[in-house]
Design a protein around this ligand. Structure first.
Ligand SMILES: [Zn+2]
Length: 160
């Protein structure tokens, strides 16, 4: 890996079911829905994990932590994130900054975003100023807009 900076892209989505709380960005957000998945189904941590792994051409989250492995059932997604950052550092890179978008109809993310940023910054060993998280609704359109799904998109810049 010859260049001093590299970029990574992460995407994830999960179906939503009735009954809260909704685990996003390491926070249990109170409300009427939860995300369905094998681990804790944290869409934002999964997208960040994949962005970091992708930036240094590591295998994606699904290959590192298969969903048919009982060890990953109900697993805290911070474990996945910690492994991604270990691999990134192992290749001699660290995070410059992260920009994230969470797409969902409800509940409102805004009151929880600063809390998510501090938790994630701690695990990634970066400043909260280096992680941006935005939330957008689907304006009533598609799976997200209809309240059936939650999705996240993340870009990360890493440097030597
Ligand atoms: Zn996921």
């Amino acid at each position: 890996m010859t260049h001093a900076i590299r970029i990574g892209l992460g995407y994830d989505s999960h179906r939503l079911g009735n009954g809260g709380p909704l685990r996003v960005g390491g926070i249990d957000v109170p409300g009427e829905v939860h995300a369905i998945g094998h681990s804790d189904a944290d869409v934002l941590l999964h997208a960040i994990t994949d962005a970091i792994l992708g930036s240094v051409c590591e295998a994606d989250i699904g290959r590192l932590f298969p969903d048919d492995d009982p060890a990953n059932k109900g697993r805290d997604s911070f474990d996945f994130l910690a492994e991604a950052i270990r691999r990134l550092h192992g290749k001699g890179y660290s995070i410059v900054n992260l920009d994230c978008v969470v797409l969902l109809e409800r509940p409102k993310m805004a009151p929880h975003i600063d809390n998510m940023r501090s938790q994630i910054a701690e695990v990634l060993q970066i400043s909260v100023d280096d992680i941006s998280i935005k939330a957008k609704t689907g304006e009533g359109v598609g799976e997200v807009g209809g309240g059936a799904a939650i999705a996240a998109r993340v870009v990360v810049l890493v440097g030597k």
